[in-house]
Write a protein that binds this ligand. Structure first.
Ligand code: ASP
Length: 300
């Protein structure tokens, strides 16, 4: 019957072998070739492995490697910030061209995209997180929101997890979380734990595909989720950092890079929201870990 064949046609050719293939592609046989061909999945996997073992290594020689990569990151951050200074001009050009071509009709999908991200972030921050706080951390979510509001407001206004870190530390201290736990979990969380960013990257990539009328297979959607998760770990806690990660996802899936232009229109406001969620999820993880370490905290 019709519905059965519909479902069948949807799952046909999307066997688990395709998903296994995503994982096989994650391990590049030749890292230099992977870099030259822009095989992002392999590169990300290798970089994570490299970074992990670099952090594990105790030999003095690796200090040089660490310094080198730290220096490289400082330079890249400066270049990014410098390039972003031109963003308003670029956004103006992109938006002006779109409006000239299609009139204001093209803003409707952007609005739908905006609200999709906003609602998804709200569900994460106001449903998923409180449930974790209540049932795993066994603390009062309302008290947690109150205690964390200064950090969340700062995250919202600066759109930078890193810039908010000192305040997040202070809020956690006032909430009665020990220096031992917050000193370890918060700086780690500010750099690697970005729920809001991962969520945004997924919605953004699917939005761009739809905007260009490209149908995504199940495996491609799955790849988006995997790459979004991996890249959100590497995204820096600075404004608009997600855009770099999204360009990586677009490359992996083979979507047009120009799609980033569509995101520019709403990026700042969505950046403020996802950064607040990023910081909030760090604070949730910190109290949950503090509780699991037997700390009482003032949020019970
Ligand atoms: N601005 C975000 C943050 O600092 C990163 C991002 O662009 O998603 O957490």
């Amino acid at each position: 019957d019709q519905s059965v064949s519909d479902v069948l046609s949807k799952v046909e050719g999307k066997s688990t072998a395709d998903i296994v293939d995503v994982f096989i592609r994650m391990v590049p046989p030749n890292i230099i070739a992977a870099a030259a061909d822009g095989q992002m999945l392999g590169l990300i996997f290798f970089s994570l492995l490299f970074g992990y073992f670099l952090a594990q290594s105790r030999s003095p020689q690796t200090d040089t490697v660490r310094d080198f990569f730290n220096g490289l990151m400082d330079i890249m951050t400066l270049i990014t910030l410098w390039v972003m200074k031109f963003a308003p001009l670029g956004v103006f050009g992109l938006v002006a061209k779109t409006v000239a071509d299609t009139g204001f009709a093209s803003f409707k999908p952007v609005l739908v995209f905006f609200f999709t991200v906003a609602i998804a972030l709200a569900i994460h921050a106001f449903i998923t997180m409180p449930l974790l706080l209540k049932y795993i951390g066994r603390i009062n979510p309302t008290k947690h929101y109150q205690a964390m509001s200064p950090a969340m407001l700062t995250a919202f206004s600066t759109a930078s997890s890193s810039a908010t870190l000192p305040l997040t530390m202070e809020c956690m201290e006032e909430a009665g979380v020990s220096q031992r736990v917050r000193g370890f979990v918060l700086p780690l969380g500010a750099t690697v734990n970005m729920d809001g960013t991962a969520l945004y990257e997924c919605v953004a990539a699917i939005f761009i595909a739809q905007a260009f009328g490209i149908e995504l297979s199940f495996v491609q959607q799955f790849t988006i989720v995997v790459v979004a998760l991996l890249t959100s770990i590497g995204v820096a806690g600075i404004p608009a950092a997600s855009l770099v990660a999204i360009s990586i996802i677009l490359g992996v899936i083979g979507l047009p890079l120009e799609g980033i232009g569509l995101l520019m229109i709403t990026d700042r406001v969505l950046d403020m929201m996802r950064t607040a969620v990023n910081v909030f999820s760090d604070t949730c993880a910190t109290v949950i870990i503090a509780r699991s370490e037997g700390e009482k905290t003032k949020l019970v």
